[in-house]
Design a protein around this ligand. Sequence first.
Ligand code: C2E
Ligand code: CA
Ligand code: CA
Length: 652
Amino acid sequence: MLYANLNRGAIITMVAFTGLVFGFSDASAIVQSKLVLWSLMIIVSLGRVVDGFYWRSKFSLKSSAKEGFVRFALGNILTGTIWSLYAVLIYQQMDLLELASTMVVLSAMAGGAATILAPSKALSSFYSTMLLVPLSILALIDPTQEYRVLGFLGVAFWLAMLSSTAQSTSFLLQVLSLKERNANLLSDMQRKQTEIEQANEALRQANIQLDDNNTNLEYEVNKRTEELFELSNRDVLTGLLNRTGLKSFLHTALADANENNTTFAILFIDLDGFKKVNDALGHTIGDSVLETMAYRLNKFCKLPGLARWGGDEFILVLEDVTETDALALANSLRAKVSEPMRVQRNNIALDATMGIAMYPAHAEEAHSLIELADFAMYQQKRSQRGAVCVFRHETYQVVRQEESRLEGLSKAIDNRQLSVVYQPIVDANTHSLVSVEALLRWHFNGETISPVVFIPLAEKSGLINALGLWVLEQACIEVQQANINHTHALSVNVSVLQLLDDNFIADIDRVLTSTGFPAKRLHLEITESAFAEDRNAIAQIVAALKDRDIQISIDDFGTGFSSLSQLQLLSFDSIKIDKSFVMSMTSSNQAIVRATLMIAGEFGCRTIAEGVETLEQAHQLQHMGVSHLQGYHFAKPMSVSHLTDWLTQQEK
Ligand code: C2E
Ligand code: CA
Ligand code: CA
């Protein structure tokens, strides 16, 4: 700071000194001592200026401040000393004007120094003392009045200077301290600012890192989600959708169809003959076949809704198509699927049976659509493999009814839904009762279901044995207990499946024993078609029955394909002429009746014409030689109580 005003101070000093030296005397009269002092002052001042430049450049290199002060003080002391020497040495030659001027110049210099040297109180005081005190003292002790006044003024100004210096210094120090505090605050602020900027930068970096991490994490999560989707929604072998995948696909397809008011088809594909391939060639080849099929399906339709439903079943969702479109597509798909393939040196050709269900025409829920397409496929498979079938409600209804009846039939005995009715068989000549035929009835869901419907169901499901046994037992009990003539026989229909059952004969024995019904009054009616079955087995059973005196009738004669040679083997007692020949007595039907009568005559057995509805028919048949008649003309099938009433009525 002291150095800051050095140049100005040095120049003022040189100018003032030069003015004083050369301003008050002629060039010739300038005393030597003045010139010496002037030269000294010029050298010292210039030296200080040079030092100033040097020091400022050095100070910027952060040298010690103390060293700078010492150098400055040295220059200052030299300058002050030259001034005081000047006063002391030149005083004697000064006239009043020069003294006054010198006093003014020195006072001005001291005044200027008070400000310039303010940073150092000692230097400032020393300088003004050197400038003013020697000259003022010399003037004070001068005998001349005016000189003393000037001396007094000099001393007074010096004292004023000292006090002003003190103030200046303290003021300056305050300013400096404020400045320093300011600078500190400023640097503090800058430091804080830098810290904040650094923190901001760190935060920015952290954010970038976080963003990166998040992106990575998102990518990882997406990847994992995709992997999980693949795992849980794709079939491992074929890469097609699995059940779960298909369900979620259908969920979307349904929503889309609803939103856009469109239809879609579910195509259920089942390979024909795959099981054989698997069994004969092994699972590895089976798997290859499935993979090839999946590849073909995928390549052909290029649709996302293609799934492996299980085993050799595939499902294809055809969006936005009509039933006709779906059918056409399914047929061309079948052509592709059934192309021969070569797997590990095996030529394999499989066909496919397909079922189609339409949304929303056939069902509105995904699982129902699949079920119905499966149903259509299954129905097609049952009638003819290797074809496409569109779901039909009517077929579905029939099949479902059959299923519900099957279910009901299995509980029919326990639920006491069965009953037996009896239809009389009369002598063709006397029209008197000879026997009764037991006919089964099933009361289910408020209706009486015909045996024509439920007997085939029972045969299909294996329930026939239990039902047949029940009828036999029930009929034996009822007829035994009924108040009817003990010469009348009881005819019970027996299904061929019943007949072939290992326990059949034992069951008959047990029933006869338990009910006490005489075997010779029991007739079993066996349909003609039964004789197409295992001839020897039937012959054995018939023989066993005959051993027990049980009589055998061939039912529905003329409708089956029994040959005379077959019939010859069996010793039967009567032939029942089927009602279809009786009810319309055309000439060809009459020929059949005559032929039947001839055969019966040859085998020495009775003939029973069923389905006699009119007296005319009865007469005609009697004329032709039929021995027994049965039909609505005589009586409809009826309960055992009605039968006794009917008998009483007849006997009157
Ligand atoms: P089916 O053995 O030929 O019995 C005669 C069928 O003709 C009976 O029908 C009877 O009601 C009917 N019928 C009798 N007279 C007339 C007539 O004048 N006109 C017409 N239109 N029909 C007449 P149903 O009772 O409905 O029995 C149908 C068939 O069911 C039976 O034919 C028999 O094959 C079978 N069935 C009935 N009950 C049993 C049974 O307990 N066991 C077995 N295995 N089959 C049975
Ligand atoms: Ca019958
Ligand atoms: Ca019949």
